[in-house]
Each structure stands twice: as C-alpha cells, then as structure tokens.
Design a protein around this ligand. Structure first.
Ligand SMILES: *[C@@H]1O[C@H](CO)[C@@H](O)[C@H](O)[C@H]1NC(C)=O
Ligand SMILES: *[C@@H]1O[C@H](CO)[C@@H](O)[C@H](O)[C@H]1NC(C)=O
Ligand SMILES: *[C@@H]1O[C@H](CO)[C@@H](O)[C@H](O)[C@H]1NC(C)=O
Ligand SMILES: *[C@@H]1O[C@H](CO)[C@@H](O)[C@H](O)[C@H]1NC(C)=O
Ligand SMILES: *[C@@H]1O[C@H](CO)[C@@H](O)[C@H](O)[C@H]1NC(C)=O
Length: 361
C-alpha cells in the first residue's frame, strides 16, 4: 500500500514539474510573440496564471471531435474572461424600453443631405454576400469598452464608401444607394471623438450604437474627424469638439429590432450592406481562431448582449453545409481570421447575433 502511495506521489510531482515546464515555455513564447511587458512581478504572475488556464481551454476545445471551429492563443490569452469582460466589452442596453424597439429617425442635419429610395419589396437578398473586400480596416479598441463607437463608425464609413460593390450586387435598391455614395470616404474615422464627446454614451464604459449614430447626426452636426486629426488612445480624454470634421451623409438612422429572426437579418444585410449588430460574448469567443463558431453556452436572450460587431456578410460552407455569418470585430487583426469571425447562422440565433440591425441611409 505504502509503495503504491509513494509511487503515485512521485508520479504527480514529476508530472506537475513537467507541466510547469511546458506551460512556462509556452508563456515565454506568447510574451515574445505579442511583445507583452508587465508592470511588475505580481502582474506577470497573474497573466501567466490566466494564460495557463486559457491554454487548457484551447487545448481541450481543439481536441474535441466534431467542433466546426478552433480556438487560439491570441493577444488576449493572458486575461481571464472576467478581466476581459470588464475591459473589452462595452455594450449598454438603453434603460428606456422604447429605445430598444424599432427606431427610424429622420435626420435634418442638412449636410450633404440626400433622398433615398427605401423600397424593401423589390429586394431579394442573395444566397451569400461577402463585403470584406469593401470594408474599412479592422481596428483595435484596446483596453476600452468602446465597441459601440467602432461599429458605428464602421457602418458609417462603409455606407459612405459603398459604391464599390455595385458590380457585385444588382438589386435596384443597392444601386440607388451606390449612386449617392462616395468611395473616397474610406477615411479612417475617429472613434476617440465618440469616446470623448458623445454625451449619450459612456466612453470606455460602454454605449449603444443607435444612440451614437443619432448623436453624430444631431449633435455633431453630421460630422466626424479623421484619426489623423483625432487620434485613438483607448481611454477617455478631454473632448476636442472644434477639430476639422468630415461631413457624413446621414438621412435616416435605422434600428431594426430583428429579435432573433435570422432570415430578417439576412434580408437586411443582403439588401442594405454591412450593419451594426450586437452579440453575447463568452470566454470561447475571446479565444476564437477559425472555423464557424458555435457556443451552446451562449445565452439566447436579446437582453443579455454585451458586445457590438459589424455583420459584413453571410453564406454557407459547402463542404459541411453549415450556414454562417461573417462578422468584423474590433479586437485587432491577431484575433480570429485577420480580425473577422465566422459565426453560426440558423442555429437558434446562437450568441444573439440577430437581435438588432442598426445602420444609416
Ligand atoms: C431624406 O429622405 C427623405 C425620404 O426618405 C426625403 O424626403 C428628404 O428630402 C431627405 N432629406 C434630405 C435632406 O435630402
Ligand atoms: C476579395 O479580393 C481578393 C483579392 O483580390 C479575391 O481573391 C477575392 O475573391 C475577393 N473576395 C470577394 C468575396 O469578393
Ligand atoms: C467624395 O468625397 C471627397 C472627400 O470628401 C470629395 O472631395 C469629393 O468631391 C466627393 N465626390 C463626390 C462625387 O461627391
Ligand atoms: C426590418 O427588416 C425586415 C427585413 O428586411 C423588414 O421586413 C422590416 O420592415 C424591417 N423593420 C423596420 C422597422 O425597418
Ligand atoms: C430575458 O432577460 C430579461 C432580463 O434578464 C428577462 O426580464 C426576460 O424575462 C428574459 N426573457 C426570456 C424569454 O427569458
């Protein structure tokens, strides 16, 4: 008996040491790869511990048979989900229930106003669209809950530069929008301006995209500075309202409360273009690397969304006959597929992807 216990104790000690060694090495690789520098020994140890937990999650999930996606040790792998949640998500649902429903607001900023033909009846969404080639660059919101600002300016910028896709999509509705767009608008717009100045939202503590769009249209007189004159820091600074602004064409701002209806979301993305959407993020999404993400632990309640993204397309993986959404995130290009993710489509509104579509006309 004693012999057996001693043997097992020995075995555990040896395996614990060898685990520590492998983990230690991987953490060093990780630090080098992402140029991580920690303030002090305590922070380093906390990061290492989080990394080792995430390493376990990644190894475990990637070894599971039959999953359509893979996780990876990206630049967020040294953070527990709790820390990540506190610092990198930032969606605040409006407390007023009327602001959560369908909202269509006409804007009268008068800056380069234009009329739009909004006739959904003539539009049939294609079976698949992919706007990535016409998209704004993937950005990084850094340690700030400003996802709402990134999706708003992403959608605005894309709307302004949308004419490039007219060759790809032939619906009359889309073409009518092309006519009034201007591809040279592919300017990189300043999220920091929204973080600092948008009084309807809460800077790095979160916001709601449709509120921010309306704030731009009404209170910023429909203009947004470029990052060249209003740089991104990732923390709130003093609002500089008087920097030069690029006028945006905003005639109408739309919030379609699609309430989990993925067909409706497909109609909108296929006929309108990229839209701002909200999702529920879990620890697996933090570490997403590739494939079609599906998370059975995600809440399916549109009230529990915690992050905003831009849906830039949808389609079906022919090999596995799996439907997906193409989503652009604001966590930099080392996350996911160059900053994009494929998320499950038509699998019960997984992670609440089809709760809201928000865009401008
Ligand atoms: C905005 O669009 C509406 C129709 O949707 C049109 O009546 C109105 O004139 C447009 N506003 C401007 C400033 O062009
Ligand atoms: C995007 O552009 C690349 C390179 O030009 C091309 O190979 C690819 O087919 C394009 N994708 C789409 C969906 O248009
Ligand atoms: C497109 O936008 C640029 C930059 O604002 C402007 O100089 C140009 O005149 C615009 N072109 C059209 C056709 O509106
Ligand atoms: C939401 O989008 C669907 C699908 O295009 C459309 O039928 C519906 O009228 C839209 N609702 C609003 C309020 O825009
Ligand atoms: C969704 O969550 C909200 C808030 O937590 C709750 O009031 C509501 O009953 C939930 N809805 C469903 C269908 O579970």
């Amino acid at each position: 008996m004693k012999v057996i216990i001693v043997f097992f104790a020995f075995f555990f000690v040896v395996s614990a040491i060898s685990f520590d060694l492998t983990f230690g090495l991987k953490f060093d690789d990780f630090k080098n790869q992402f140029g991580k520098v920690y303030k002090n020994e305590i922070e380093l140890r906390i990061a290492e511990q989080a990394f080792n937990i995430n390493l376990g999650i990644v190894t475990f999930i990637n070894a599971m048979p039959g999953l359509a996606f893979k996780l990876g040790l990206n630049e967020y792998a040294d953070k527990t989900f709790k820390t990540f949640q506190e610092n990198f998500l930032g969606l605040v649902l409006p407390t007023d229930p009327s602001e959560r429903g369908n909202r269509v607001e006409n804007q009268n900023s008068g800056i380069q106003g234009r009329s739009v033909t909004e006739d959904y009846s003539s539009v049939t969404a294609p079976a698949a669209v992919d706007y990535r080639n016409y998209s704004m660059p993937v950005k990084n919101q850094k340690n700030c809950g400003s996802c709402w600002a990134f999706v708003v300016l992403g959608v605005l910028g894309e709307c302004q530069s949308f004419q490039a896709i007219d060759k790809q999509l032939k619906s009359s509705f889309i073409e009518s929008r092309m006519m009034i767009s201007n591809s040279s608008y592919n300017t990189v717009l300043s999220e920091q301006f929204l973080v600092d100045c948008d009084t309807r939202d809460h800077g790095c503590n979160g916001g709601w995209p449709h509120n921010a769009i309306n704030w731009i249209a009404k209170l910023a007189q429909g203009g947004v500075p470029a990052t060249t004159s209003y740089q991104y820091y990732g923390f709130r600074t003093k609002c500089r309202a008087n920097v030069p602004k690029i006028p945006m064409n905003i005639n109408k701002t739309i919030q379609n409360n699609t309430a989990g209806n993925e067909d409706m979301m497909k109609e909108i993305v296929g006929s309108v273009g990229p839209v701002a959407a909200v999702i529920s993020v879990t620890s697996y999404f933090q570490l997403y690397k590739s494939g079609i993400f599906y998370d059975s632990t995600c809440s399916s309640n549109c009230s529990s969304v915690n992050h905003a993204v831009i849906i830039v397309g949808y389609g079906t993986d022919q090999a596995t006959n799996t439907d997906y959404w193409i989503v652009r995130n604001s966590w930099g290009t080392t996350w996911g597929q160059e900053g994009y993710a494929y998320m499950s489509r038509n699998k019960g509104n997984n992670c609440n992807i089809a709760c809201y579509a928000m865009y401008v006309l």
